[in-house]
Design a protein around this ligand. Structure first.
Ligand code: SIN
Length: 259
């Protein structure tokens, strides 16, 4: 739609598209860190990431970086940013600063489409269940021998103390659509089920959600901004560009409690 994140007059159309689609791509933005932050603040207060190395001089902007000599990318597993927070982030706004010559796409899943494709009895079974999400096993001390931590891209392990409970099925605060709210990286178990039941149900849901029918794929060029709704999607970074650098700036916007 040729939108420019710096133009306040474009904001309503961008917000409407975000509400309707949950994932929006704004191509070729000539935006610096201040423009990125100002755009995010139109949606709400910034949720400062505790674990990612920030952009110098901008603690609110997290660096999502893979250097050419590194093998692990950040965000390779299917996840929802900040689902371990009491009020999971409304959205994440990722700006492509430096892209490899090929690859480095990001995949997304629509959690409402995945929920709606479940059978009625399975939907009814999941409705009313609560899941626990945690940051500990991903960003805590146990994860600090990873390449991302050793290279300084992730840190602050002592801040990984979040354990929260969220409904397994939520009503989206903007669209009113029902959608699944569990993810393979941060969800640890479903309350009230045995370990085997919880693991089996979560694995079944994860396999269901990963079907291509529910996915879209963003193929980036430097300058592009993609914004996604963390209450409506999963995402995953494709790590297929070894030997090249990829640098993204990410700003995350605070949200409201889930129901
Ligand atoms: C993220 O998980 O927030 C980053 C996704 C990406 O780098 O494509």
């Amino acid at each position: 739609m040729g939108a420019d994140i710096r133009r306040s007059t474009d904001f309503k159309a961008i917000h409407d598209a975000f509400t309707k689609y949950s994932v929006i791509v704004l191509r070729g933005q000539e935006a610096g860190p201040e423009d990125h932050l100002a755009f995010a603040q139109r949606f709400g207060p910034i949720n400062i990431n505790r674990f990612f190395k920030p952009v110098e001089g901008h603690p609110e902007i997290a660096m999502v970086l893979k250097e050419k000599n590194q093998t692990a990318a950040i965000g390779e597993g299917w996840h929802t940013d900040h689902s371990y927070d009491q009020e999971p982030a409304l959205g994440s706004i990722l700006h492509a600063i430096e892209m490899p010559p090929f690859g480095g796409d990001t995949l997304f899943v629509s959690m409402a489409a995945a929920y709606e494709a479940l059978s009625t009895p399975m939907g009814q079974f999941l409705d009313g269940l609560t899941a626990v999400h945690s940051s500990r096993h991903v960003f805590g001390a146990a994860a600090m021998d990873s390449e991302a931590a050793k290279s300084g891209r992730l840190g602050n392990a002592e801040a990984a103390t979040q354990d929260v409970r969220h409904p397994v099925v939520i009503t989206h605060p903007l669209s009113g659509r029902r959608g699944l709210f569990v993810n393979p990286v941060f969800t640890t178990y479903i309350e009230g089920l045995s370990d085997t039941e919880s693991t089996t149900i979560l694995e079944m849901l994860y396999a269901h959600c990963q079907q291509p029918e529910f996915q879209c794929r963003v193929r980036w060029q430097a300058g592009d901004i993609t914004m996604w709704d963390n209450r409506a999607t999963w995402h995953k970074a494709i790590n297929d560009y070894n030997g090249f650098r990829r640098l993204m700036h990410r700003v995350t916007v605070e949200a409201v409690p889930l129901s």
